[in-house]
Design a protein around this ligand. Structure first.
Ligand code: CO
Ligand code: CO
Length: 352
């Protein structure tokens, strides 16, 4: 079924690029009372992917929610991508999803009810692929369509993969290519001259489940997923939480080819520019890294890949297994340094 209106035209901002930037949110959260419940193993203080709450010696809950306005025109794909994106935050803690609730805003004065049915069908098929059901939800009238999930999962308390245990010498592994923000922005503006949206939809719809299974079956020190804050934004959260620094080798970072074309044409989401401005204080780019390449590293992703810090000797095995599972863009993109803590250095290839 085809939507009578292009869904992305109803959204002022699309996907995770609609996320409030870290420079806005993190200072605000500091004003709230600290979390004192000792059963909260991971709370909001470390800007992690999901909260983790200990139920017993063996079981902890993983709790997260993510929702946004249409990132693509197809209602079915929008639902599937929003579901994959929300589930990803459970995988990014090393968790297994258990159940989910829908969060819906729907402009029923602009769109027929069948559009909402297609969104929910896309989400429920993706949830089924993840092995869970969407068991309820809440729907309000809204001026723009909004869809997402609140997902609950489980993890063994000793096996939580937070973002705060990256260790100097670790290699950084990324499991999906960058550039999704630029490609979806080009499509939204009718400027996707490379016809890249089909591949982008396929990338965004891919669950991070296999990647998580590979990483948890081997040794992983820290794990997060790449969404609205971009690669460098989520890496910054990891290095700050871990008290370490990091270096990125640009030549090894997987990037969707069309994103380079669109970056050069300045087809860049507002959220990406906001990330780039915010991260300017924390990132040292080598002199030969162009502004367009910097934007790609800061590009606001929707349902991007996992970013893992793994011991050096494990990294090649991780990559081999990820490739065997069909995640062919997975690559070692840099490493963790002991210092400067909280900073990221970007060079074209490995630093001496
Ligand atoms: Co996340
Ligand atoms: Co999230």
């Amino acid at each position: 079924m085809v939507a009578p209106v292009r869904l992305t035209q109803l959204a002022k901002r699309a996907g995770c690029a609609a996320k409030q930037p870290p420079g806005f949110l993190l200072p605000l959260l500091k004003n709230l009372p600290p979390i004192r419940d000792p059963r909260v193993l991971v709370g909001s203080a470390t800007a992690d992917d999901a909260a983790v709450y200990q139920l017993s010696d063996d079981v902890a809950l993983v709790l997260t929610t993510d929702f946004f306005t249409p990132i693509v025109d197809s209602p079915y794909d929008f639902g599937a991508i929003a579901a994959a994106n929300a589930l990803s935050d459970v995988y990014a803690m090393g968790g297994t999803p258990m159940t989910a609730l829908s969060i819906v805003g729907f402009p029923d004065h602009l769109l027929p009810a069948e559009v909402l049915l297609e969104i929910l069908r896309g989400a429920s098929d993706k949830a089924a692929e993840a092995g869970i059901s969407i068991v309820g939800g809440h729907t309000i009238k809204a001026e723009e369509p909004i869809f997402g999930l609140a997902v609950t999962g489980t993890v063994a308390p000793q096996k939580v993969l937070a973002n705060r245990h990256a260790q100097p010498g670790d290699r950084l592994v990324l499991t999906k290519p960058l550039g999704l923000g630029m490609i979806t922005t080009a499509a939204k503006r009718g400027e996707d001259t490379c016809g890249a949206i089909t591949e982008a939809i396929q990338v965004m719809s891919t669950l991070n489940r296999s990647a998580m299974e590979v990483l948890t079956s081997l040794e992983t020190h820290a794990l997060t997923d790449i969404t609205g804050f971009g690669l460098l934004g989520h890496l910054r959260n990891m290095v700050v939480a871990s008290g370490v620094g990091a270096r990125i080798e640009l030549d090894h970072v997987p990037v969707l080819a069309a994103a380079r074309v669109y970056a050069d044409a300045d087809i860049v989401p507002g959220g990406t520019h906001a990330n780039h401005r915010f991260l300017g204080d924390f990132v040292d780019y080598a002199h030969d890294i162009t502004p367009q390449e910097q934007w790609i590293l800061c590009d606001a992703q929707t349902s991007g890949g996992l970013l893992a810090a793994v011991p050096t000797h494990v990294a090649p095995i991780v990559i081999q297994r990820l490739h065997e599972r069909g995640l062919s863009d997975s690559a070692i993109i840099g490493s963790i340094d002991s210092e400067p803590a909280g900073r990221i250095r970007v060079s074209r290839s490995a630093l001496p």
